[in-house]
Structures are given as structure tokens and as C-alpha cells.
Write a protein of this length. Sequence first.
Length: 387
Amino acid sequence: MSLIPYARQHITEEDIAAVVNVLKSDWLTQGPVIEQFEKEVAAYCGAKYAVAVSNATAALHIACLAAGLGKGDTLWTSPNTFVASANCGLYCQAKVDFVDIDRQTYNLSPAAFQAKMAEAVKKNKVPKVLIPVHFSGQSCDMKPLWEEAKKHDLTIIEDASHAIGGSYRQHKVGSCRYSDMTVFSFHPVKIITSGEGGMVTTNREDLYKKLLLLRSHGITRAPEVMTQEPDGPWYYEQLILGWNYRMTELQAALGLSQLAKIDSFIERRRYLVKRYETLLKDVPVMLPFQNPEAASAHHLYVIRLDRTKITKSKAAIFEELKKRGVAANLHYIPVHTQPYYRRLGFDWGDFPEAEEYYLEAVSLPMYYGLTDQEQEYVANVMKEVVR
Ligand SMILES: *Cc1c(COP(=O)(O)O)cnc(C)c1O
């Protein structure tokens, strides 16, 4: 029996044909398909600009650089995230700190943020960048964060790696209605994939221009931003220090083809969420909260074990699930408890909500191709295993 994974890609014949077409074309990188992919993601989200890059980690890095994050600055994010949301701050030589999560949404808590900001203002140590993470595909409560950020010189970068296709207060995630920039990931486990891939959306032209430079060595071929007249058609200028974070045309073709199907992908995920609610009704677990203000893209389906009713250890539960063919997963080990971050001075006990959550969380299979029968099987196995 093959394992039922927690997530996987769904690739169609059209996706394959789109990639093959690129292979037969003149451009394998820096061509027209990337521009088209950017244009369509921006239009889908309702943002003015989009910049495609090699992965979301690179997207977070250049978004931080575009925000001016550097030595002596501080970045805040959620401890309940993939390490990349915090590492991007360290790439910029900035300090990283965390804001504990909300007990209901598992997103960065606006109340904890307000309290931490009040302290930071008193000490004159307001962070430069805040990265709220739309955990499991459900938007963070962005409005209070944005209103507070506007009172300070604080740039908000949404880590929407889980959340393309979701919305918040009738605005699509990525519209940057309540932020400066939004980052998406197109890794195979996410909502749509380009193999590896990432994107930054923004409505600010100044950030857009910086992002374009940072993506490709800091080099420009646009005469209007050059420091001198081009002395020939070969001429280009490096204006700042950038990276090679470019996406290939192959990746863009796959991403673009996947984007055309995003609404049906999310529809299916929504259907699976509804079904889990019925199938897991009598299991002593807490089902994920569905915020009516934030339609989730349903990247992850995370349940919490009721430890007053379940005596088995979580490790034993994971082992038994695996023995029966269900490869559950755990999102996330609180970032501040990673050995690397503990060496920076963090420790267990620093962010108790994220730590409490970690003791109880299980990500069950959630992806487009999960069949009804497989889902029933997963629910039945879960029922037996926690008994
Ligand atoms: C997947 C993920 C990333 C990193 O995405 P890559 O495209 O793999 O670099 C960053 N943040 C979160 C929350 C993620 O889930």
C-alpha cells in the first residue's frame, strides 16, 4: 500500500504540454512566459505589480531588502511557520524576534502584536519589518496590524506561501490591501506549483523597481535609471548588489497553466474540509477554525489532539498512522526552538501558545487529488488510532 501524503501536486496533460512548448521555444529563462505569469498573478490577486523569483525564500529575502531591512534593524514574524519566514531577516543581518500566535487561528496574534509594539515604542525599538504568515491558507487578521504599522515606519510583508486563492475582507490575498508586499510559494506541496517558484506582489512602484533589480544582480538595461548615457547597445549597469533569483520559463509555464485551475483546486479543498468536519465528528480532536472574514485557501488541514481524552503520545499516533498508510505531518515546530535560534538566545517557554499548539497539532492529508474513499480511510484510521 502506498502512503497517503499530507500534500501533493496535481499535474495535468495541459501542464505538461505548456512546459514542452517552452522547451521548443527560443527562451528558457527571462522570456515572455514569466511576464505573462506575473501579469496573471497580479490580475488574479488585484495587485498592480508582481515579480517572479526562484522560490518563496528568495522572494522573502528580496522583499526584506526592498523594505530596506539591514544591520541594526529588527524583523518580527510568527513562531508557527517554516524557518524561511524568519531566516530572511538574518540574511539581511537584521535581528529576528517573534510574536506569539492566536489560540484559535494559529496565526500571529494581533493582541500579542499590540502589546509587543507598546513595549517596543517605549524602548524606541520598533521593528522595521513585520511578516505575518497566513497559516494553513487562512489570512491573518491584517487590518489591526496595518493600522498600527501606518503609525510607524513599519513595512508589512505577508508570507502567503499557503494562501494564494484565499481572501480577507473581500480582498484576495496578494492584493496588498493591508500590506506593502505579499509573497507566494509555488513549491509542489502548495496550492499551485511551478516545481520551485515564488512571487512578490505589491502596489508600490518604488518597491517593484527595487525587486526587479534585486532579482537579477542589481543590473538594469533601462536607460532612464542609468547613471550615464549608454555607450552602445550592449550597455547595462549594476546599480545595487543583487542576486540571481530568476525563475525559468519552464517553471513559469507550469505555474501559469496551474493558475488557470486554481479556483477548482480550492473548490475541491473546501469540499474536503466540509467532509472532514463530518467524518471526524466523534474523534476527540479540535477541528480548524474557519474564519468567516478570511476565506481560506485550505493549504493544510490541521487538527489538535484533545490531550484530556487522548492518552497515547503524539509520536505513537504518528507511528500508527504511518503503519496504516497515512503520512501525517506537523506544521510547525516553533521556529524559536530550533537549535540555531536557541543559539541566538531563544528558548522553550518564550512563546507558550505556539509551543502548546505544537504539542497537539497534526496535519492530515489535504490536496486536490485526495479521493473521497482515501479521505474516509484517513478519518477511520484516525478514529481507531486515538482510541
Ligand atoms: C513553503 C514555505 C516557504 C518557503 O517556500 P519556498 O518556495 O520553498 O522557498 C516560506 N514560508 C512558508 C510559510 C512556507 O510554507
